[in-house]
Design a protein around this ligand. Structure first.
Ligand code: FES
Length: 283
C-alpha cells in the first residue's frame, strides 16, 4: 500500500462550476506535495454519522501558496447522493477529513498526440494531466522531464451545455477542446467517440488516449481504440468505501495473462488500467 496522509482540514472554497458540479478546495500541504494526475483522495465530512463513509474524488488541481509551495488540493464533485448533497451545502471553514494520495495515477505516455476523452464528470483528472504534459505545472515530488506532445486534445461529452464544467481552466492550458452534447445545445450533437475518431484520424504521430467517464462510454472508447490500434488507459469510477485496499467494495474485472479474469481492487491496483485489461462484459 502506498504511503498516504490522513488529515483533518477546513474547506477554503466551495464553488459552483456547472449545473450540479462544484469544486471544493481544502488545505492539505502533505497531500498537495505528493499527489499525481489520476490519483485520488478520500473525503469524509468530519464528525458526521450520516453519511459515515467517505467518497473518492480524483485530483483536479494543486494550488501553491505565495512562496510557490503546494498547499491546497482541489477536487470536483457532482451532487448525487448524501455526501455530495451535504458537501454542496458546506461553507469555507467547515471541517473535512481527507486521506491520500491514493491509487496509481496515469502513466503519462510520450506521444505526439495525447487525446483525453471525458464523459459526464470524467474531465476532472485531465486538468492536471494537461498542465503537466504542457509544462504549465508539475505535480508530485519528482521532476517531469518528458517531451511535450505536439498536440493535446480533450474530447469532452456531456448531456447539455449547462453540464460542462471547467472549460476556461482547460482552455488556459493550451489544449484543443472538442465538445459534444447529447441534446446538441453546444458543440457536436452526438457521442464523444465521434470526436475521438476525428482526433485519431488527424494522424499526428502515434496518438495515445486517456479516458474517464461512465462505464458504457469507456467501454465504447476501449473498443474504438482497440480497432484503431491506439493505446488507451481508462480511469475506473467504481464506488469506494475505504480507498486503501481493505473493504473490497471497489473491485473491477481485470483480464489475467492466461486469458481468464479476476477481480482487482481499483483503489490500490487502479483506478487506472490499460483499457484492454478490463473484462467489460463482466463489469
Ligand atoms: Fe476499500 Fe478499495 S475501496 S478496498
Amino acid at each position: 500500500m502506498s504511503q498516504f496522509q490522513f488529515q483533518a482540514t477546513a474547506i477554503v472554497e466551495n464553488v459552483q462550476m456547472a449545473a450540479r458540479i462544484y469544486r471544493v478546495r481544502f488545505e492539505a500541504p502533505e497531500i498537495a506535495a505528493k499527489i499525481l494526475p489520476g490519483q485520488f483522495v478520500m473525503v469524509r465530512i468530519a464528525n458526521a454519522f450520516d453519511p459515515l463513509l467517505g467518497r473518492a474524488f480524483a485530483l483536479y488541481d494543486v494550488i501553491a501558496d505565495e512562496e510557490g509551495n503546494p498547499k491546497y488540493v482541489d477536487v470536483v464533485y457532482q451532487v448525487h447522493g448524501k455526501l455530495t448533497t451535504r458537501l454542496q451545502q458546506m461553507e469555507p471553514g467547515q471541517q473535512l477529513e481527507v486521506w491520500g494520495p491514493l491509487g496509481n495515477g496515469f502513466t503519462i505516455p510520450e506521444t505526439e498526440h495525447l487525446i483525453l476523452v471525458a464523459g459526464g464528470i470524467g474531465q476532472t483528472p485531465f486538468l492536471a494531466v494537461a498542465k503537466q504534459v504542457l509544462g504549465k505545472q508539475s505535480y508530485g515530488e519528482g521532476e517531469f522531464t518528458q517531451k511535450p506532445p505536439q498536440k493535446v486534445t480533450l474530447c469532452y461529452g456531456a448531456r447539455s451545455a449547462v453540464d460542462l464544467a471547467g472549460l476556461k481552466d482547460f482552455e488556459a492550458t493550451g489544449l484543443e477542446l472538442k465538445i459534444c452534447t447529447d441534446d446538441g445545445s453546444t458543440g457536436h450533437h452526438g457521442l464523444v467517440t465521434d470526436l475521438l475518431d476525428q482526433a485519431i484520424a488527424e494522424r499526428i504521430g502515434s496518438p495515445q488516449v486517456l479516458c474517464c467517464g461512465p462505464e458504457k462510454m469507456m467501454e465504447a472508447v476501449s473498443k474504438l481504440t482497440a480497432e484503431r490500434d491506439v493505446p488507451c488507459q481508462v480511469s475506473l469510477e467504481t464506488p469506494m468505501a475505504c480507498g486503501i485496499g481493505i473493504c473490497f467494495t471497489c473491485v473491477a474485472p481485470v483480464l489475467q495473462e492466461d486469458g481468464s479474469w479476476d477481480y482487482k481492487r481499483t483503489c490500490v491496483e487502479g483506478p487506472i488500467f490499460d483499457a484492454c485489461q478490463i473484462a467489460w462484459e463482466h463489469a
